[in-house]
Design a binder for this molecule. Structure first.
Ligand code: ADP
Ligand code: MG
Length: 294
């Protein structure tokens, strides 16, 4: 049985269509990145999974049951974008309080270790930096040993060091066969920390696969050069080209085949090509190409 299923799910906020006919199935034990720019519908999707929002159309199921049922059974843990900590409590007190609410929580020391909070355990919540507070939110999300962990832009406000430690803890947690879905607009995070990347843009599914598949499939290579005042016409018909952008006299050709595009550019046009630059298939280019199309 799938851990998470979205079956033709749409969600309107009044006139705003935040999630648009999204269908998606996630198997247990996978770590999946939900990648999309701001406003793509990531938080809405996570709130639908938690039963905090109800779909306008379609159904969301968690281990075959409704989100409400799964939450009540203690199957889900979540780290949301907003969520205040109780300022008067120490980190240890707060984590212990929350873990005691669950039927089969992780041990207190284990949670503190996974979230890299052992040394901060005595610190009061109102004396934490932004990144440290995020690590406490992560600790609270895993406290109940949920089978499904949802993380909404978990590394926001974390410095480089905190990020590294956070991802190490996330991987340790996921390694026990648990399912993790994390929302991010950082391409590198999706690339590095997931088994599968689900790209959404404007509430719609734009791509779904491993980071490598998405790079390969979306024409993530670019050829750019100084175009100056020369005409743009015809660049989009060069071999391999999937999209053309011209900005401040620089042309950027997105292509699935750099070699063919270059051959076409030099043999098939009379353009004066200067300041030529090539970039390999990176997820950023793929992501831009995908989110532009949809
Ligand atoms: P993301 O988390 O990917 O940035 P969201 O799910 O927060 O995206 O938002 C998706 C879309 O829905 C955006 O256009 C956003 O402005 C809109 N939206 C989100 N929450 C609300 C709300 N409570 N009322 C109205 N519109 C909302
Ligand atoms: Mg969001």
């Amino acid at each position: 049985m799938n851990a998470i299923v979205f079956d033709h799910v749409s969600k309107h906020y009044g006139d705003v269509l935040a999630v648009d006919d999204l269908s998606l199935a996630i198997e247990p034990g996978n770590t999946v990145a939900l990648l999309g720019p701001n406003g793509a519908g990531k938080s809405t999707s996570i709130n639908l999974l938690l039963g905090l929002l109800k779909p306008t159309a379609g159904t969301v199921t968690v281990h075959g049951r409704s989100p409400d049922t799964a939450v009540k059974a203690g199957e889900m843990g979540a780290m949301l974008q907003n969520g205040a900590l109780i300022p008067e409590l120490s980190v240890r007190e707060l984590v212990d309080l929350v873990r005691r609410l669950y039927p089969r929580p992780l041990g207190l020391d284990e949670i503190l270790k996974l979230a890299d909070l052992t040394e901060l355990a005595g610190r009061r919540a109102n004396k934490l930096s932004g990144g440290q507070s995020q690590r406490v939110r992560f600790a609270l999300a895993i406290a109940g040993a949920p089978r499904i962990l949802l993380l909404d832009e978990p590394t926001a406000a974390m410095d480089v060091e905190s990020r590294l430690r956070f991802w190490a803890g996330m991987h340790d947690y996921a390694a026990g066969g648990r399912t993790v879905l994390f929302a991010t607009h950082y391409l590198e995070e999706a690339d590095e920390h997931s088994d599968r990347v689900v790209v959404i843009a404007k509430g719609r599914l734009a791509a779904d696969g491993t980071a490598a598949e998405i790079k390969a499939g979306a024409g993530g290579h670019t050829v750019s050069f100084a175009l100056g005042d020369q005409p743009v016409a015809g660049l989009d018909r060069l071999p391999g080209v999937t999209a053309v952008e011209v900005d401040a006299g620089t042309a950027v050709l997105h292509t699935t085949d750099t070699d063919a595009t270059l051959a076409g550019l030099f043999r098939g046009t009379t353009l004066d090509v200067r300041d030529l630059k090539l970039s390999g298939a990176d997820l950023e280019a793929a992501f831009l190409a995908l989110t532009r199309e949809s």
